[in-house]
Write a protein that binds this ligand. Sequence first.
Ligand SMILES: [Zn+2]
Length: 66
Amino acid sequence: MSVLERNPNRTEDNERSTVRKAVLFCPDCGRAAPPDEWERTARDGVETLECPACDATLTARPRALA
Ligand SMILES: [Zn+2]
């Protein structure tokens, strides 16, 4: 829940709400889906998202940011 610290209300216009759909794209097969629909693996405090279609690794981020 540390995402709020630099999120001023004033910048939250319609532009932002349209773009911020949080959809991830697979670099390998081009699959597009929200973060919930990817294979999620947490290991050593690092969370990794993998494509269920082609097993490509999308992103690995420290768990503290999630
Ligand atoms: Zn893929």
